[in-house]
Write a new protein. Structure first.
Length: 315
């Protein structure tokens, strides 16, 4: 297998918690050829998608953790599979990248996740396709609508549609003196769509990340317990990780979402569940492989690469 990975700069990777690193280690164990590209390495020339790629060899828990060969420019469709692992923000540059990846798909390369689905399945709005699983929610850029939603539910969360790691997430309660500035900030003064969800008090028990591989859940979730004084269950915001066996409700949510993920070519996704509610469906660069592997002695990267190998053209 020739596997390409489009990702953030390798020198910025924290190997203790980076899921892409876990995937690389498993690919290397299988003697797959692994190639590294940044988003800026993608090219479209005369109707064919190319990339400035470098062969990368990962090392297990050592510094430096990688070796890179010299850069070569090659068609993206020469790879058997491409993992799109660039972190948000999900902006126009990200969308342009999916167009090039889609051209590689049209020539037989497997892209994980499918380029069109990366564009279609916004990580917040995609939950609306499963209203039976979600808390009361609103997407708007209208301040009056957001104020009315707050009045209805008393305690809500506001979050942008294109960020990750809890960035620019606000909790608002009725009578909060910061209501106006929070709405102005998240909506960019009414110019940017924003999601509001009813606050779920079970966040105190953690925001559970459930990893889905080709529509099937890993049987354990990583509950991210907010830090003292925080309402965000994000590791990037200081949350503490704990492993949890999936509950009956978790499994039911997975049954609702899983077949749609598989149909859309979303081989790897992360469901965020707080209490009984699905709050996000992460499809761009889901994380938590390293933490769950460490807690439970799993090899989630192997499960994912099995799915990749079964769908790639060389299988």
């Amino acid at each position: 297998m020739k596997l390409a990975i489009v990702m953030d700069a390798v020198e910025s990777i924290n190997i203790k918690k980076d899921s892409t690193y876990a995937m690389m280690l498993e690919a290397h164990r299988r003697a797959w050829q692994i190639y590294y590209l940044g988003q800026g390495d993608l090219i479209l020339h005369d109707g064919r998608a190319l990339g400035h790629s470098r062969r990368i060899v990962p090392h297990h828990d050592r510094t430096p953790w990688y070796e890179l060969d010299l850069e070569q420019t090659r068609p993206l469709d020469e790879f058997d599979a491409i993992l799109m692992r660039k972190d948000p923000p999900f902006n126009l540059e990200y969308i342009y990248s999916t167009y090039l990846l889609e051209l590689a798909e049209s020539r037989g390369t497997l892209v994980v996740n499918k380029a069109q689905s990366l564009r279609d399945a916004n990580e917040k709005i995609f939950t609306a396709w499963f209203p039976q699983c979600t808390p009361p929610s609103l997407v708007t850029r209208n301040a009056a609508d957001l104020r009315a939603f707050l009045k209805e539910h008393d305690d809500i969360v506001l979050k942008p549609l294109d960020q990750m790691g809890g960035a620019s997430v606000f909790r608002l309660r009725r009578g909060d003196p910061n209501i106006s500035v929070a709405i102005e900030t998240v909506t960019a003064n009414g110019s940017r769509m924003t999601m509001a969800q009813r606050y779920i008090p079970e966040i105190r028990d953690g925001d559970k990340r459930i990893l889905m591989i080709d529509g099937k859940p890993v049987p354990y979730a990583l509950a991210r317990i907010p830090a003292e004084g925080e309402s965000r269950g994000n590791l990037a915001a200081g949350a503490r990780p704990e492993g949890r066996l999936l509950s009956e409700r978790d499994l039911w949510i997975c049954e609702q979402v899983g077949p749609v993920l598989s149909k859309k070519g979303i081989l790897f996704a992360g469901l965020d569940v707080i209490g009984d509610y699905l709050t996000e469906i992460n499809v761009t660069s889901p994380t938590c492989i390293r933490e769950l592997d460490a807690i439970y002695g799993l090899n989630i990267g192997a499960l994912l690469l099995d799915a990749v190998a079964s769908r790639a053209r060389c299988s």
